[in-house]
Design a protein around this ligand. Sequence first.
Ligand code: PMP
Length: 409
Amino acid sequence: MSVSPFSVQAVRSLFPALNQTVFGKQLIYFDNGATSQKPQVVLDTLAKYYALENANIHRGVHYLSQQATTAYEAARKQIQQYIGAGAPEEIIFTKGTTDSINLVAFSFGERLNAGDEILISAMEHHSNIVPWQLLCERKGCVLKVIPITKKGELDLEAFDKLLNERTKLLAITHISNTLGTINPVKELISKAHLFGAKVLLDGAQSIQHLSIDVKDLDCDFYTFSGHKVFGPTGIGVLYGKAALLDSMPPYQGGGDMIAKVTFERSTYNTLPLKFEAGTPHIAGAIGLGSAISFLQSIDMEAAAKHEHDLTTYAQGILDTFEGLQLIGEAKNKTSVVSFIIDGMHPFDIGTLLDKQGIAVRTGHHCTQPLMDFYQIPGTVRASFAFYNTREEIDTFITALQRSMQILGA
Ligand code: PMP
């Protein structure tokens, strides 16, 4: 199944969820930053797994268990190759980005000491703030925050000043879920490495929109969620450099993560299983493998161009609206258009759009400190995927104008 060269209509036809009405209107799904829809091939893979292939992995001698183990490990290999990791052992299956970051905060964090500094940015998702706060409480580490400009770009001069030999980890989002800003992560990584700091990239938003090569980026950790990249919920990935993961203690104890257990002490399995205690989300991993195969059938360069076109098109029109303020105007941004309108609560706008069949997200988008920075309660956020169209944006604009009339603009 190949849909190259890129054709929006051909891609759309592969997503059953896009072909439905909501409140009697054709659904327009602009909430891809929260989660993406699933292509039929992923749904089929999940159904087939549960119908015919279901078995627990790694421990069974029987046919089905071996089949399931092979499929699970094949998905790991596929993800390794897709993001350019050096070996399958560097791919740890987790529940998602949040789980991956918590794993690092706990396990990498075990080696940190009071006074060690962790550097994040002002545009982080709560998932890349709170785990570090918990670590700071546990270990006496210090959390430092790179400020941003009003346009929603990192203040790189401030970054240079914040980096020092106490910085043990830079944990930063690759793309902001609220602003769409694409951070200059390669530059940040090489600078952080000069001080011996490790770097974790929150890839929750970048995996869907950019081609990722962790070796080229030279990040130490990269995290993402399956559900934002056309795969199932409840499955995600932590990539880590093998030597670093090897040096870290296990995160959770249980089956599969051990080499030998006695009541006196236990020894641990090798990578990656050391970090995969208990029965994992087998169907999820296989489903994610299927989502990655799907992505590999797409001309990602053309898809990214199309998404960029959607973003600039929507932004260009919204920019002309009186009383509307775009939040997030970075030069290098993708697929997210966040805005507020004078005198109107984002929630009211979102509710009126919903009644017209249009799914957007409203609120703080799990970035409350960012909302505090802009001194706003939240935004309306339209976030696009490559299956969205300019025609959908036109309909959205008309619906937004109608909503503004109703709300008395
Ligand atoms: N980081 C970013 C930038 C995100 O957009 C999200 C999801 N909105 C997360 C982290 C958390 O992802 P998940 O809820 O899938 O763990």
